[in-house]
Design a protein around this ligand. Structure first.
Ligand code: TXA
Ligand code: MG
Length: 362
């Protein structure tokens, strides 16, 4: 299949081509589109065949549910049950409204009980549905042109990092889908926060730019799904997607913690050994530390304490390591406050939770 790539301007997302993107979706086709978090691979969420095609294009297991993207808050009522009887959380309707009011459009996905309108193909067989209203104007115009309900996972081949630039989408999806909407680089760079509202206490299934603290301001109590905190994987995560080792670099990867001096000494020593063993090593570090490493490939993730930039660059850096055939990746750890929490979550997943404390070595 020929994939059409169409450039869009955020100031004028309603260009004539958007109508065509909408027609492709209504006819059961697939279109990749930018959101503020990562690029999505969109199909009609209410059409089971479209969801099947999404799984096929990604090479993704079909028990991994898709997020339904909307462009108008009032569209929730068609796809989710919001009356109180269905929920253990009290005043669910007012809580959903308060969350939408504060965080939508934006990088928050909420999980509610689904209505019959949503096919099980879209929810991976679950009775719940994940819903998000993205803030990118191109995404909003696309969803509206498509009839209002776009099922979309990240637009990467399963097992690769989520795409944050259109070149990543082209790499993974060219020839597999009808159209790619080119909106340039995304803004945030890590996927949305997922919040489950079908539990007794609102539960974060995946950390993102909207943090536990932001959510607690609206909801009072929130908790983390133990499945995303445990690194021994004895606890099954509630978001089916979090159980897959999302992205595994072609090389090995380890996160090194400790004081900067100890971290740099450890990585330099290991890189020297790697060189002897003809292993190509690389490092992910803060901009200020660049000159401290004697490692063949050095990637900067932004200035110290600037976790927004780390989020923005992380997936690009991981793709670059693969392209440059790096065998062994060492990464500095990031502060896990704010969006840093999401950065560390993705980094640790990529490293298969391998962490070395450089301070504890001598
Ligand atoms: O930022 C994002 O959320 C991006 C953009 C495109 O919107 N989308 C995204 O989708 O990251 P995906 O499919 O790569 O990740 C969705 C995650 C998966 O881990 C999936 O298991 C979980 O959401 N999920 C979806 N529906 C769920 C449900 N009903 N219950 C529990 N987890 C669910
Ligand atoms: Mg994904």
């Amino acid at each position: 299949m020929d994939t059409e790539i169409i450039k869009f301007n955020r100031d004028d997302p309603d260009a004539e081509e958007m109508r065509r993107a909408g027609e492709i979706i209504r006819a059961g086709g697939l279109v990749a589109f930018p959101t503020e978090t990562v690029y999505g691979l969109g199909g009609d969420a209410l059409n089971p065949d479209s969801s099947r095609k999404i799984y096929a294009a990604k090479g993704r297991p079909s028990d991994n549910p898709l997020i339904v993207h909307i462009s108008d808050v009032s569209d929730i009522s068609k796809i989710a049950v919001v009356d109180n009887i269905a929920y253990v959380i009290e005043n669910i309707q007012s809580k959903v409204s308060a969350l939408a009011e504060r965080f939508w459009p934006g990088p928050l996905t909420i999980i509610l009980h689904k209505t019959d309108m949503v096919p099980y193909e879209t929810t991976g067989g679950l009775d719940t549905v994940a819903i998000r209203m993205p803030s990118d104007p191109i995404a909003l115009a696309f969803i509206e042109a498509s009839g209002g309900y776009i099922a979309a996972p990240s637009a990467n081949i399963s097992g690769r990092p989520s795409p944050t630039r259109v070149s990543h989408v082209i790499e993974d999806m060219d020839g597999r889908i009808e159209m790619i909407l080119d909106g340039g680089d995304v803004d945030i760079g890590v996927e949305s926060t997922i919040l489950d509202l079908t539990e007794e206490i609102p539960t974060i299934l995946r950390p993102g730019a909207i943090t536990d603290r932001h959510l607690a301001e609206v909801l009072g109590e929130v908790r983390y799904d133990p499945g995303i905190i445990e690194d021994n994987s004895s606890v099954a995560p509630k978001a089916p997607g979090m159980k897959y080792r999302h992205y595994a670099p072609r090389g090995e990867m380890v996160v090194v913690t400790g004081t900067h001096r100890a971290v740099a000494d450890y990585i330099n020593l290991r890189a020297e050994e790697d060189k002897h063993d003809l292993i190509k090593s690389g490092v992910i570090c803060a901009d200020e530390h660049v000159l401290d490493y004697r490692v063949p490939v050095v990637k900067c993730a932004g200035r110290l304490g600037d976790e927004e930039t780390a989020a923005h660059r992380l997936y690009s850096i991981l793709r670059e390591f693969d392209a440059e055939e790096v065998d062994m990746i060492y990464s500095e750890a990031f502060d896990d406050e704010g969006i840093g929490n999401a950065v560390m979550n993705r980094l640790l997943k990529a490293a298969g939770h391998r962490v070395i404390d450089a301070d504890g070595l001598n």
